[in-house]
Design a protein around this ligand. Structure first.
Ligand SMILES: Nc1ncnc2c1ncn2[C@@H]1O[C@H](COP(=O)(O)OP(=O)(O)OP(=O)(O)O)[C@@H](O)[C@H]1O
Ligand SMILES: [Mg+2]
Length: 239
C-alpha cells in the first residue's frame, strides 16, 4: 500500500457506529458509544465537552493512534481497523500533525531536535530538517529557545514546541488536543490564527479540542462530546 494517499474526492474520515472501551481490572469503561462522525477535506471543527466525555479518545482515533473496538473507521477510504500498525504509523507521519494534551516532547532532545524529529522519520537530511524546524519554531515565536531542552522551557513554551513539531511536516490533517490551554490569550490567538491560515492557504483540515468558547466560535463546525456520544452543534456553543 502506498503512503502517498491519493487526492481523493471522498471523505477524509468516516466513522460509523464506532465504540471505544477501556478495561481497568474487572471494569469496562465505554469512552465512545456507537458514534458516527465524518470529516471532509478542509473542514475546521472544534470539539467541546466536559472532562472525561471522550474528546481525547475521539482525537486518538482520528490520529490513527487507537483502533476502535467496534464499528468501521476509514481514513481517505482506507480501513484503519484492518490496517497494519506500520501503515498507520506511516500515514500518521506523512499526513497528520498531532498536538497532544500532555505535549509528549522527548526530554533529552533540544526544542529544535524535537521539532525536527518527524522529518528524521521521513529520512529528510539532518541539515535540511534542522533548517525547517528552526523556521517552524520561528513561526510559533520560539526561535531564540531552539537549543533549550523541554525541562528548561515554561509550560506555554513547551506547548509551542509541540505545535511546531506537529506542523513541521506540513500535515494535511491537524489534530490538536487543547493546544492553547497553557498559553496566555494573546499567544493562544496567534496560534489559532496560524492554524486558520494553514486551513485557508493550504487547505489543511483542522480539528481542535478546546474549552474556550471564543476559540470554538472561529471554527465552521462545533461538535460536542457528552458521555461518549457526539452531537453536531450549530452557532454558539457553551463550553
Ligand atoms: N487508556 C485508558 N485507560 C482507561 N480509561 C481511559 C483511558 N483513556 C481514557 N479513559 C477513560 O475514558 C473516558 C474518556 O476519556 P478522554 O480522555 O477521552 O476524556 P476527555 O474528554 O479528553 O477529558 P479531558 O477534558 O479531561 O481531557 C474517561 O472516563 C477516561 O477516564
Ligand atoms: Mg482529553
Amino acid at each position: 500500500m502506498s503512503y502517498e494517499l491519493e487526492a481523493c474526492p471522498s471523505r477524509l474520515f468516516e466513522l460509523h457506529s464506532v465504540s471505544q472501551q477501556y478495561v481497568r481490572g474487572n471494569a469496562t469503561l465505554c469512552a465512545l458509544d456507537t458514534i458516527d462522525f465524518t470529516l471532509d477535506h478542509g473542514d475546521t471543527c472544534a470539539i467541546v465537552g466536559a472532562s472525561g466525555s471522550g474528546k481525547s479518545t475521539l482525537l486518538n482515533i482520528l490520529g490513527l493512534l487507537e483502533r476502535p473496538i467496534r464499528g468501521s473507521a476509514r481514513f481517505v477510504g482506507n480501513d484503519i481497523v484492518a490496517a497494519s500498525a506500520n501503515d498507520l504509523a506511516a500515514w500518521r507521519n506523512r499526513h497528520i500533525g498531532f498536538i497532544f494534551q500532555a505535549f509528549n516532547l522527548l526530554p533529552r532532545l533540544s526544542a529544535l531536535d524535537n521539532v525536527a524529529l518527524p522529518l528524521a522519520y521521513r529520512n529528510v537530511r539532518r541539515k535540511s530538517a534542522r533548517a525547517l524546524a528552526l523556521a517552524q519554531l520561528q513561526a510559533v515565536g520560539l526561535a531564540d529557545r531552539a537549543e533549550h531542552r523541554p525541562a528548561d522551557l515554561s509550560g506555554g513554551q513547551r506547548q509551542r514546541v509541540a505545535i511546531a513539531r506537529a506542523l513541521v511536516g506540513q500535515p494535511s490533517l491537524i489534530l490538536a488536543d487543547e493546544p492553547t490551554g497553557n498559553l496566555d490569550p494573546c499567544c493562544a490567538n496567534e496560534i489559532l490564527e496560524l492554524f486558520l491560515a494553514l486551513n485557508r492557504e493550504q487547505g489543511a483540515t483542522l480539528v481542535m479540542v478546546t474549552h474556550d468558547a471564543n476559540l470554538a466560535a472561529r471554527f465552521e463546525r462545533k461538535v460536542e462530546v457528552a458521555q461518549g456520544r457526539v452531537y453536531e452543534r450549530v452557532g454558539h456553543v457553551a463550553v
